[in-house]
Ligand binder design. Sequence first.
Ligand SMILES: *Cc1c(COP(=O)(O)O)cnc(C)c1O
Length: 388
Amino acid sequence: MNLSEIQQLDGAYMAETFSRFPVAIERGKGATLYDTDGKRYIDFGAGIAVNIFGANDERWKKAVIGQLDKIQHVSNLYYCEPQVRLAELLCDKSGAKRVFFANSGAEANECALKAARKYSFQKYGEGRAKIVSLKNSFHGRTLFTLTATGQDAFHKYFAPFAAEVDYSAPNMAEMRKVADVHTCAVIIECVQGESGVEALDKEFVKELRSYCTEKDILLICDEVQSGNGRTGKYFAYEHYGITPDIVTTAKGLGGGLPLVRVCFSIRRSIRCKRAITGSDVRRQSRVLCRGDQYRRTAGRSVFAGSSGKERISQGEAQRTAERRKGFGIGMMIGLEIDRDAKEIAQKCLEKGLLVLTAHSKVRIVPPLNITKTEIDEGLMILREVLSL
Ligand SMILES: *Cc1c(COP(=O)(O)O)cnc(C)c1O
C-alpha cells in the first residue's frame, strides 16, 4: 500500500485519537528507518522511547523467534521459566523484593497505586487513600493513572475522576502541605518525559524521600520512560541516590513488543495480588533475559564509549545536548527552542529525521544502540532545520 491508500483506510476505520505526520513507516535497521516510498530517516524517537535496540535487531529477533518456536503464552495457572528468570534479573538490578507483571506502563502504575492503598489500608485502616503526583507529570491513560497525571489537558471530557488524587509542584514547601496525613503514596518521574524531559531537582527528591519515610508514605518512581538504561543508569532514580518503595517500568523493557510491564516493590515487601491482570509476560519474557545480556553490552558502549569507536559516549551526548541548550540525562534529551516544536519536528521529518516533541521542547530518545554515524547525520539535519 502507498501512503494515500493507508491514510484512506486510517481515516475510514481508525479512532481519531492521534494526529499523525503524513508518513507511513515500513521497516528499518537500527536507528535508520524507511517509509513506504523508500525514503530514509534517522530515528531519534525509537517509537516513543520504546525500541531501545532500534529496528530489526538480530539478537532481539532471534530471542523473540526462539520463544515463538516454543510457545507464545502460558497462563497464570502454571509455572514458567522465562518469567521467573526475568523477575530474578529485575530484582537483582534494583534491589526489589517482588515483581508483578502487567501489560502496559499504565497498568504497572495502576498496580503500584493499588498496592500503596492496600499497604496503607492494612496498616492504618480507612482515611489514608490519597495519592499525590507532581504537576506536569504523566502516568498513563487508564482512568486512575489519567487522574494521577498532573496535566489538565489530559483531564478534559473524562470527569468524574477517581477520588483522592492531588498534585504538588516539585518543591517541599508545597509537597508538605499536599502530602498530608491522608496520603498513602507520592508518585514521581525523576525525569519527566512527556512534559519536556525535565529532570527533578536532586535536593527535592532526596528531601521527598526522607519526608515519605518519616510519614510512612510510599514513594513510587515511575520509570516507564526513563528506565532500562535510557539515562545511563538502569533506572533514573539511581542518579539521585535514593531508593523508592515501588518502581514501575515498561516501554524499553520489551524492546518494542508490548509484552512486559512491571511494578515492583523495594525495601518493604508489598505483595501485589497476583493474576489481577493477565501476566502475558510469560509469553516471551525469556526474550528479555537474553536481551539483557545484549543491553548491558550495548548500554556500556553507548554510554561509556568504551568499545567501538562508532558508539557515542554519554559525555558526548551530554555535551551535545548542552551545546544545543538541551536538558536531560543520557539518551533522554529535551531541547529548548524558541520556535514551535511541532513545526521543527515536521521540518526534520521532511529532511529525513524523526524527533518527538514534549510540550514546547523537541524530545530526543533514540534507540540505545544508535551509532555515532547515525547521530551525526541526525544532528546535521537538526542543525540545518534550526538555522532555517
Ligand atoms: C508512556 C508512559 C506511561 C504509560 O505507559 P503505557 O505503556 O503507554 O501505558 C506512564 N508513565 C510514563 C512516565 C510514560 O512515559
